[in-house]
Each structure stands twice: as structure tokens, then as C-alpha cells.
Write a protein that binds this ligand. Structure first.
Ligand SMILES: Cc1cc2nc3c(=O)[nH]c(=O)nc-3n(C[C@H](O)[C@H](O)[C@H](O)COP(=O)(O)OP(=O)(O)OC[C@H]3O[C@@H](n4cnc5c(N)ncnc54)[C@H](O)[C@@H]3O)c2cc1C
Length: 492
């Protein structure tokens, strides 16, 4: 089917998701009820049929670098729409590493369309609310309603999962769809003119129609593009580092207060001078996940790695002055090998995410600080937009158009979310004093207004908790956007 016809026919079949209101009376569409959402049912996606019939007009051979969340999601979306995808991954075994990760509605609606959401939901926690708390006294300053109201509003659930589960499920789906994944295959060179060829560590050159660089925060491809184009690939230290721990249910035995946190559906965000802690249960309430952000120590080695071991003693020292709930929780962390620590860096926005037939996705082009919990979600959005754009082009000569559409849809949005994470860092880490008191007053006011009117009229200074910013992060359906803006973008 020619491009314009397919775009139109896909469009004609589609009912907008963002505007779709839950159906409560007559009509063929399924009914979204509070009960269906809270019992882990997938909310109604009015666009689902469109995507399950979505086939690429011009199937391509796609080379993906990296089998992380972004690379695997891209491989799934592209294979489902008819492209042939091969992944090259540097590590010998794809280990299911990491700790808690949020799957917000902007990601879950895509994962549903790609056929993995049901599996992810099995061990996921649908967070009922997030509690914003003080560091010294563990008192609640405000709270944000999450599920089921967020799921109902955006027609997609908000969950927290263990990253290992998310990656395992994506990997299984990709393999089941026939994606070929080569491990121990680091990409060490890109073709001189950025035509779609890459060289592996073995010296072998591989060619395709397009290369998707999903090679993470330390992206080799990003560095190569910067080097050859003559601009700096700048890493900017945020001054923060993060401990990441998961505490097993067994270790909390006998502590009813801690077990209540593990068994509940409430996330806790303790805000303190120079740092904050985000904590919630994962893996069917069997593990309690904590990310503890604190100022970087003098002479701390900048690892930017997710798997560097940290010291429990050092961590306990850092949080010694925090409230007893936090201290008790940290006392359950096993002594050895269970504390991970990584330094939080940000990267300056890049001039472009595209060079020739190479395109950057995920942390390679927009590494996110964890303050608005959007790193994985934005990598998933990138994968989804590429799926639609590469599906709509009608000849290999139009790859340029597809990549242009990807960049128009994703770059400004991704960078805005990246910037909001940086702004949130400052707000969450205010020292005790006037500005912190004003922040807390505004959080209380915003909580009260949301409880009374439910409309987020009063802005929450914590942008993750702010209903207007949530609308931007969670409410936008990037697949629908790509479809609707395709002709306009590619005509320019
Ligand atoms: C081990 C690990 C643990 C993590 N834990 C958490 C967590 O607990 N919480 C959280 O919020 N986020 C975590 N993240 C980050 C989160 O997954 C990402 O921010 C997000 O999902 C974006 O994913 P991505 O695909 O862009 O990058 P990543 O998920 O980082 O994947 C990049 C992949 O590319 C591979 N790669 C890199 N260079 C090359 C090369 N030259 N050739 C071939 N392959 C290459 C890497 O081995 C990796 O598999 C973790 C990431 C990793 C890698």
C-alpha cells in the first residue's frame, strides 16, 4: 500500500487514545472501571486494533546496537511491523540486572501494543499513591494519587517493576518473534560516512539499511558522531550519586512497620538537604526497592555504571541523621555485594540524534536523571516512534524522512523531560530553611487542591508529582502523534 494511503487508512481506523474518555454507558468499547484497573486489567486502548494491523510498507534490514530496554523494545516493534532485526550486544550474557524502575502510562500503552504488558503486570505493583515525606521526622507533607485514577485518566496503567523482570520479558518476546541477538559482539566502528555499516570487535563488518544505536549512557556511537562532527560529547556531573538497594521480605521479618511498606501499594519519597530517597515494593511485594540520592563524596570515582558496588557502612553514615523508618530499612540491607552505587551525570543536549543512516535512542541520546522516573519510558517511546516512522515510509530512499519524523517527534519532548528531571533535583534537595518551607507549603496546597477538585490547578514543585507535568509526560501518545504528523513533517 502506498505511504500516503496507509497513513490515511491507519488514521481512519484510529480513535484517539489521549482524548478517549472511559466508556461508562452504551457503545461497543470495553468499559473501564475502577475495579478493572485496580485488579491489574489492562485499560482500554482505543488504538490497539490499528497497531496490531500495522505493517511496514517497505520492510528493512535493521541493525540494533545494544539489548537494553530501548534496543529490545525497538526490535519487538520493528519485527511486529515486518522488518528484519538483528541485535549486537557487547556483553557475553544478557544479565537481568538492576532494581526498581517505573513503567508510566506513556510506556505501558506502548508495551501493551507490543504484546508484553500482561506478562509485565504479573509481578508489577500498581502504585496506589506516592507519599512525599520529610527527612527528619518521617511525616507526610503531601501525596499524589496514582492508580487507579492515573490509569483511568490516561488509559494505561502506572506500575513499578524490577528492571530485571522488564528486561527478561522484553528479551523473551524479542526471541519468540525471531529477532537474532548476537552477544559478545561489541560494536567498535561505524562506517566512515555513516552508511548503515558497523564493525564488531572481531573485525567483521555488517551492513543493513539502518543502524539503531541503543548502546546506553556511555554510547560508543554518540561519541563517534561527536568526534567526527567536531563537537564535544559533554558529560556534566550533577554533584549527586545514588545508592540502589533491594531488601528481601525475609530480612524484614518481625518489623511490622517495614513490612507494612513492603506489602502496601504506596511509594515513599523522603526529601532532605542535598538528597532524597525513593522507595517502593517490587516483584509482587517480595522485595523493597530503595534509591538513595546523596551528594557525591570528595574524590569519588565517577563510574556512571549501574553495577558498581557501594559500601553499606558508607551508606549508613550518609543517612545517619535521617528518620528512624529510613534507618531501620537500611539496617536490613545485607552487608556485602547488595549495595550498588553510581554517580549521576547529565549530558548536554546533542545537535542531532541522527547521522546518515545511524539513529540514537534511549540513554545514548537523552540519559535521564531518575528524579521524574522517565529513563526507560523515554527509551520505549523512541522505539515506538521509530516503529511507526519506519513503517510509514514507502521506499528505502525515504529513510531520511522517517528519521526526520523521529527526531521532530522525540527530541524536543525527550529533552524537555530530561530538563524537568534536573529542575526536580534542586527542589527535592533543598536545605532546611525558607525555600524548603515554601516548597512544603506548596506541596500541601497542591495535595489539598487535587484532593478537593482533582484538577491539579495548584502546581506541585515536585514535577514528578505535578498533575500538569504528568499530563505532558504520561498523556502524550507518541505513536498516534507520529501517525498524525507524518505527512506534515515529511512534506517540509
Ligand atoms: C545493568 C543496568 C542496570 C540498570 N538498572 C537500573 C535501575 O535499577 N533503575 C533504573 O531506573 N534504571 C536502570 N538502568 C537504566 C535503564 O534501564 C535505562 O535508563 C533505560 O532503560 C534506557 O535504556 P537503554 O536501552 O537506552 O540503555 P541500557 O538499558 O543501558 O542498554 C544499553 C545496552 O547497550 C549495550 N552496549 C553498550 N555499548 C555497546 C556496544 N559498543 N556494542 C554493543 N552493545 C553495547 C549495553 O551492554 C547494554 O546492554 C539500568 C541499566 C543497566 C544497563
Amino acid at each position: 500500500m502506498p505511504l500516503a494511503t496507509q497513513a490515511k487508512s491507519n488514521k481512519a481506523n484510529a480513535t484517539p487514545v489521549v482524548d478517549a474518555k472511559p466508556q461508562s454507558s452504551k457503545g461497543a468499547a470495553p468499559i473501564v472501571t475502577l475495579a478493572s484497573l485496580s485488579s491489574h486489567a489492562t485499560p482500554f486502548d482505543a488504538y490497539k486494533a490499528t497497531w496490531s494491523n500495522f505493517k511496514a510498507t517497505c520492510p528493512l534490514k535493521v541493525l540494533v546496537i545494544g539489548a537494553g530496554v530501548g534496543g529490545l523494545t525497538a526490535a519487538i516493534g520493528l519485527t511486529l511491523s515486518g522488518h528484519k532485526v538483528v541485535i549486537y550486544e557487547a556483553v557475553p550474557t544478557i544479565k537481568e540486572a538492576g532494581a526498581g524502575i517505573q513503567v508510566a502510562p506513556n510506556a505501558s500503552r506502548i508495551l501493551e501494543r507490543f504484546g508484553v504488558l500482561e506478562e509485565i503486570k504479573k509481578d508489577a505493583i500498581m502504585m496506589e499513591r506516592n507519599s512525599l515525606r520529610g527527612w527528619k521526622e518521617d511525616v507526610e507533607i503531601g501525596w499524589v494519587p496514582l492508580m487507579p485514577s492515573v490509569g483511568e485518566k490516561y488509559n494505561a496503567p502506572l506500575m513499578v517493576v524490577h528492571r530485571a523482570d522488564l528486561q527478561r520479558i522484553l528479551l523473551a518476546r524479542a526471541v519468540a518473534l525471531g529477532v537474532r541477538i548476537h552477544t559478545s559482539s561489541p560494536v567498535v566502528a561505524c562506517s566512515p560516512n555513516f552508511s548503515a555499516s558497523i564493525m564488531l570487535g572481531s573485525g567483521e563488518w555488517i551492513s543493513g539499511d539502518i543502524v539503531i544505536a541503543a548502546d546506553g549512557i556511555k554510547s560508543f556511537v554518540r561519541a563517534e558522531i561527536a568526534r567526527r562532527k567536531g563537537y564535544k560529547d559533554t558529560t556534566v556531573s550533577t554533584g549527586d550519586a545514588a545508592y540502589r538497594v533491594v531488601i528481601d521480605e525475609e530480612r524484614m521479618r518481625g518489623d511490622e512497620e517495614a513490612l507494612k511498606l513492603l506489602r502496601g501499594d504506596v511509594g515513599s519519597r523522603w526529601m532532605g538537604p542535598g538528597g532524597h530517597i525513593m522507595a517502593y515494593p517490587v516483584r509482587s511485594h517480595k522485595l523493597y526497592n530503595m534509591v538513595l540520592i546523596h551528594p557525591i563524596r570528595p574524590q569519588q570515582i565517577d563510574t556512571e555504571s549501574w553495577t558498581s558496588p557501594g559500601s553499606k557502612a558508607e551508606m549508613l553514615k550518609t543517612y545517619a541523621g535521617w528518620n528512624s523508618t529510613v534507618r531501620h530499612l537500611l539496617s536490613y540491607v545485607p552487608d556485602d555485594g547488595e549495595v550498588m552505587e553510581w554517580t549521576l551525570n547529565s549530558h548536554s543536549p546533542l545537535p542531532s540524534w541522527v547521522e546518515g543512516k545511524f539513529v540514537l535512542i534511549g540513554d545514548a541520546c537523552h540519559p535521564m536523571l531518575p528524579y521524574v522516573a522517565q529513563g526507560a519510558a523515554n527509551a520505549i517511546e523512541d522505539a515506538a516512534v521509530l516503529t511507526v516512522a519506519l513503517g510509514l515510509m514507502d521506499s528505502p530512499e525515504k529513510i531520511k524522512d522517517a528519521l526526520k519524523a523521529y527526531e521532530v517527534i522525540r527530541k524536543e519532548r525527550g529533552e524537555a523531560i530530561q530538563a524537568s528531571a534536573r529542575e526536580t533535583q534542586r527542589i527535592l534537595h533543598l536545605p532546611d530553611g525558607k525555600e524548603q518551607e515554601e516548597r512544603d507549603r506548596r506541596i500541601r496546597e497542591s495535595t489539598e487542591a487535587a484532593r478537593r477538585e482533582g484538577n491539579g490547578e495548584k502546581r506541585n514543585p515536585d514535577l514528578w508529582a505535578d498533575q500538569q507535568w504528568q499530563e505532558f509526560m504520561w498523556g502524550v501518545d507518541v505513536m498516534k502523534d507520529t501517525m498524525e504528523r507524518w505527512e506534515d513533517i515529511t512534506r517540509r
